[in-house]
Design a protein around this ligand. Structure first.
Ligand code: C2E
Ligand code: MG
Ligand code: MG
Length: 453
């Protein structure tokens, strides 16, 4: 059945008119929903409330299928109207206790306090059916559909991690052919049994323990290069070999984070990275060493101690060390994290926001951060120079980062055309296979020495 009267009510239109971007930057002007940033803040607040009253808390992540097609075929103004109608459908079903957010062009999140697995599942299914109803926009009849991911918040789970699970479940719904609901956890079970996965994780955990004890861990190093050819910094990337076989960081870092082993691994990489930086300095090529740091490390009050110890043991000036942190970490700065980051800055150690543009933050959050470097995620460079919209985004981010006094680095440069586009966007430096792949220390030393000649 089609619905010709599926239009926002007068009261809603009025409410929306009153919520212009200038009136309230936390609300999306088209839908009146919370913005991406406000969503994370709401998730943090709801998680804190749920912890005290011990009720269920669910996140339902919705992504309108093939929305780009609507935009491209009928124009952005029709696209906006479709979004407004769909938002109305979500609002009508979600009920007043839910917090509604618009995460991007065609993505929404419903934060549902008091909803356990069963009730959240019921709401998500009703949303799936409701959004599927044909929609009249002007003379057009559109048959929308939606991919939905559902995640019920786990006890002690970080709000950011909880939202990421909902997002991943939604991506899995898309992968399975769209127009469906996937609950977080189920997406792995289709391909691999949960037991099998747990066994694999256990094997990786054992391998990491063994690698730490037997010296099978090592760091590889990748330079970050300025347009002049000078080296802005070197990033240390952990490598783990077990019985001669490499396990990629994408596999072992999540396991290390889950099991808490990352604290030991991270400390190890801090010490080794600082030592390598000291050797570069001794060789006459003093260069900043960037070390990746996980949230679990920064929660520990011992982090500052370890950082100072690494600098002292290597006899390294603090300005030759930089910590790389993913942007989601900056969005939820717990007091111990703030204290550790503050101590690092006070000591003169640099802070870089890694993989910028992939997490939950938005440009306006940059003004509140104490980081001095912005690393743009490699998804931006990968579509250059053809994708002019990405180019415009890179240019804007670079200009804003520079205004804020940050060094802007683009990751993932693989060819000269990408490099030229990034130079046009005026980034301060680039990193990627085009310059050099991550390499063991002897190769790095040779690479650096050669550049000096
Ligand atoms: P990251 O910090 O964003 O590091 C950059 C990743 O991009 C590295 O992957 C690097 O090999 C890869 N890369 C560099 N240039 C290119 C390119 O041109 N094309 C492509 N396709 N890839 C490129 P890697 O070494 O596999 O590390 C993956 C992630 O694992 C790192 O991402 C970082 O988040 C994490 N990681 C690595 N070492 C550590 C560590 O010591 N501690 C922590 N906490 N995380 C680490
Ligand atoms: Mg990094
Ligand atoms: Mg990165």
């Amino acid at each position: 059945m089609t619905d010709r009267t599926d239009r926002p009510s007068a009261a809603t239109r009025q409410r929306r008119a009153a919520t212009t971007p200038s009136a309230n930057p936390l609300l999306d002007p088209i839908t009146g929903f919370l913005t991406r940033r406000a969503c994370l803040q709401a998730a943090i607040a709801l998680a804190a409330e749920a912890a005290t009253v011990a009720t269920g808390l669910s996140a339902i992540w919705l992504d309108i299928d093939r929305f780009r097609q609507v935009n491209e075929s009928f124009g952005h103004s029709a696209g906006d109207r479709v979004i407004a109608h769909i938002a109305e459908r979500i609002r009508a079903l979600a009920g007043v206790q839910c917090r509604l957010s618009r995460m991007g062009d065609d993505e929404f999140v419903v934060l549902a306090p008091g909803f356990d697995q069963a009730s959240a599942n019921d709401l998500a299914r009703r949303l799936l059916l409701e959004i599927r109803r044909p929609l009249h926009v002007d003379e057009l009849v559109i048959h929308p559909s939606v991919s939905i991911g559902l995640a019920v918040k786990l006890c002690d789970e970080e709000p950011v991690v909880w939202l990421e699970r909902a997002d991943r479940a939604m991506s899995e719904a898309k992968r399975r052919g769209r127009n469906r609901l996937v609950t977080s956890g189920d997406e792995l079970l289709t391909r691999r049994l949960g037991v099998e996965l747990a066994r694999e994780e256990l094997a990786i955990e054992n391998a990491l323990h063994r690698a730490l004890e037997n010296g099978e861990l090592c760091l590889h190093f990748q330079p970050i290069v300025r347009p002049s050819g000078g080296v802005e910094a070197v990033e240390a990337l952990m490598r783990c070999a077990v019985d001669g076989h490499q396990i990629t960081p994408a596999r072992f870092i999540p396991v290390a984070e889950k099991t808490g082993l990352i604290v030991r691994l991270g400390e190890w990489s801090l010490f080794q990275g600082a030592r390598c930086a000291a050797r570069l300095r001794e060789q006459g090529t003093p260069t900043k060493m960037a070390i990746n740091v996980s949230r679990a490390q920064l929660i520990s009050p011992k982090f500052t101690q370890a950082l100072h110890a690494a600098l002292v043991c290597a006899n390294l000036p603090p300005d030759l060390l930089e910590l790389e942190l993913t942007e989601s970490l900056f969005m939820d700065l717990a007091p111990p994290v703030q204290a550790n980051l503050g101590a690092a800055r006070a000591a003169g150690v640099g802070l870089a926001i890694d993989d910028f543009g992939t997490g939950f933050s938005c440009l306006s959050t940059l003004k509140d951060l104490s980081a001095n470097k912005l690393k743009l995620d490699r998804s931006f460079a990968s579509v250059l120079p053809t994708d002019r919209r990405s180019f415009a985004v890179v240019k804007a981010m670079t200009s804003l980062g520079s205004e804020l006094g940050m060094t802007v680095v683009a990751e993932g440069v693989e060819n000269p055309a990408q490099l030229a586009a990034l130079a046009e966007a005026a980034v301060d430096a680039t990193q990627g296979f085009f310059h050099a792949r991550p390499m063991p220390e002897p190769a790095l030393m040779a690479w650096m020495a050669q550049r000096l000649q």
